[in-house]
Design a protein around this ligand. Sequence first.
Ligand SMILES: *[C@@H]1O[C@H](CO)[C@@H](O)[C@H](O)[C@H]1NC(C)=O
Ligand SMILES: *[C@@H]1O[C@H](CO)[C@@H](O)[C@H](O)[C@H]1NC(C)=O
Ligand SMILES: [Zn+2]
Ligand SMILES: [Zn+2]
Length: 578
Amino acid sequence: MQGINLFLFLAFCATVICSNDVHLDRIRNTLKQLDAGEPLPRSIYKDTISKLKNEGFCTACHKVVKAIIEKRKMGSSKGTMNDYLRKMCNLYTDYGAVACKGYTEINLDTILFIIDNKHDLTPERVCSIFHQAKKCVDPKAKKWIIDLPPPLEQENEQNEVPSNGIWNIFQVTDVHYDPNYKENTKSVCEKPLCCETGTPTGPQDTAGKWGDYHVCDSPPRLFSNLYDRVKATHLDDLNAVYFTGDIISHKSWGTSKDANLAHMNGFYQALADTFKGKKVFPILGNHEPHPVDCYSPEGITEDPLSTKWVFDAAWKAWSKWLPADVEKTVKHAGYYSVLVKPGFRVIGINSNFCFVHNLWLFYEDEDPYGQLTWLVQELLKAEKNREKVHILSHVPSGHELCHLQWSKNYRRIVERFNDTIAAQFNGHTHIDEIEIFYSDENEAINVAFNGGSLTPFVGNNPNYRIYQVQLSDATVQDYQTYTFNMTEANMGSSPAWYSLYSFKEAYGLQDLSKKGLGDFVKKLNKDKMLQKKYFDFSVRNSDVLVKEGCDDKCLKTLTCKVTAVEAGDALDKCYENL
Ligand SMILES: *[C@@H]1O[C@H](CO)[C@@H](O)[C@H](O)[C@H]1NC(C)=O
Ligand SMILES: *[C@@H]1O[C@H](CO)[C@@H](O)[C@H](O)[C@H]1NC(C)=O
Ligand SMILES: [Zn+2]
Ligand SMILES: [Zn+2]
């Protein structure tokens, strides 16, 4: 009897639906065990959570979040909730016990504040935001839309004389400074960041001198090397620097306000010392706050919830580069707009508000700090004054983890001001890549350059970029990515930086005009060899990732990401059509 049942069950379970059911049952059971205080398996991440498909995954998320909210609403104390959430973290993630303990303690105040004060908080809301990439939906989500001014009717007469010449702009991003990085420690470990402790078993898990392809961040000596390299090779030719965020390491379970501040200040000071006399335009990354990713919304003023200290620290450091009149917006929420030269403006935004791992989005997601509304006003002023604008933004607006509604609004803004925005500059993905915006008429209308990362995290060779920008219209004429072979550097020498590629030359482009960028996309879409080249460059020819390779599916995804500039189903659509 049992045998037959088992057979039927297995036959039935050949479908995804059923395997979801089996996994969901497990989650239901573990939730019961949790409540009953029964012993739990260490983690069911690998054999359950990671196997759940979109719909099943969202159902599981709803169950878990519902249990958390109810537990608190039933009057559980902070201590009880800490214990409960830590156990859940151990059970439902693969972060490991040490990281789970840290994450829970660090995020507890934020989580409890949101449950206690957001009275209409639902599991659907939480899951649809945090797991938007899994297509979890909230039927009640507000589809907020920013007003856009109509195109200007009249040509403006007082046209300023635009500046002349070419500027070389240096971009470095995602440096992720790890003060605890130690050469010859273990580079393979249970935690979400390694290369800090432990005795390796052999060369394959030994942290390298200059960094490591495993889950490790940048050693301090990588920074000194970069600064020496800049001074020796580029400094005289450079006009400005774009730093597009992420200073703090990925040891996000062990951050503190004081340590973050110290590392931010140290890095900004090093930039000032290295690029003496140059204009530096920095923006904030999602790793600068403590807890990581969590930028509190306007109106949250109490310690330790408020992130005002990040904005204050930013202004304190940035005031050596930025004019006094942007103090107000930097201290408000970390964004600013600066006229660099007549006709050329740089707008630095804080797109970390759109990153769905920012728990505060559960509390309030509608245009945090009025930033997009402000951006529209700044762009309108620029348009009227016939200025051309560079936008610096840490999280690419089309990233699958950039909040859907924010991403949609941002894209509308880029379309409306496609003539005023000359280029955008991103970080965050650690991938050397490009995003090209299209109009409904299928014409390339804008571009976002992604500067890769200094940290190898994970698998990459460190890199920086230099752009040639024509001042008269702020268009990017070309750029070069510089990198070094980390395998080689770790074999005893020191980093031998070299120019990996020049964009125009590598892809045989006439220029980087909108038409030129459109041609690039056309070429890339139909040429697998070119896609392979794009992949190799994206990881900066890293030995491990190039060897691992990028199969057809991977190349397709990489190619689709170039034009998927709005979070949501753009990627799926491209995927079907390519
Ligand atoms: C691009 O900008 C121009 C000039 O403002 C405008 O006329 C055009 O409608 C914009 N394109 C899109 C797709 O919105
Ligand atoms: C990097 O250096 C290693 C060691 O010298 C070498 O085997 C490898 O081919 C190099 N990789 C590239 C992409 O040049
Ligand atoms: Zn980063
Ligand atoms: Zn980031």
